[in-house]
Design a protein around this ligand. Sequence first.
Ligand code: DX5
Ligand code: ZN
Length: 220
Amino acid sequence: MGMQIAPSILSADFANLESEIVKVDTADWLHVDVMDGHFVPNLTLGLPVVERIAEVSPMPIDAHLMIENPDHWAPRYAEAGAASVTFHYEAAKDPRAIARDLRRLGARASVALKPGTPVDVILDDLVEFDMVLVMTVEPGFGGQAFMPDMMSKVSTLRHASDAADRHLWIQTDGGIARDTIETVARAGGDVFVAGSAVYGAADPAAEVNALRALAAAARA
Ligand code: DX5
Ligand code: ZN
């Protein structure tokens, strides 16, 4: 896989979700932010909405769970039709067991790290995961400023993945736009979530392609 773009519907018009989803059909994934008002101080949507989104979306669903008790809930999102499920390390009792449940259900297993969580906590367990999400903002809200300090986590993960002779997908989420995506691509990131940059553009589908092209050129 090359560089992949996952627009976040957090910046879409929630009253017109289906047409908003179709607007970004040049994307590789559709990023769906699930927030519970406890793990993060914001509340979005849950299982029944994800289930319907998965039915109408032309792109596979990349569910980002910012919720407590992912040990119970993460597999439910795989069952609801998410092709990739990301849970937060900080909320998980047994990250390896969650990853195994997700894979058993046929989903890609992914773990997210908040900005304050060091990458060391998962380095010994990378084989359990298909993707690691390095948050480049504090989770909870769209439209925040990108944190360049997180790039050392991205490069550490890329080197660890290369050393293990496998290709771990490394996702970044928060403040990804034309002026930040090249920095991430150079550090080793390859899956990019973008909310306000895509939905704030005059032509969201074209913006997805522009972001992907910038990332690909920066990596090459
Ligand atoms: C924030 C969410 C992001 C958010 C990104 O907690 O996880 O997916 O939508 O928004 P932007 O791209 O605007 O920073
Ligand atoms: Zn997200």
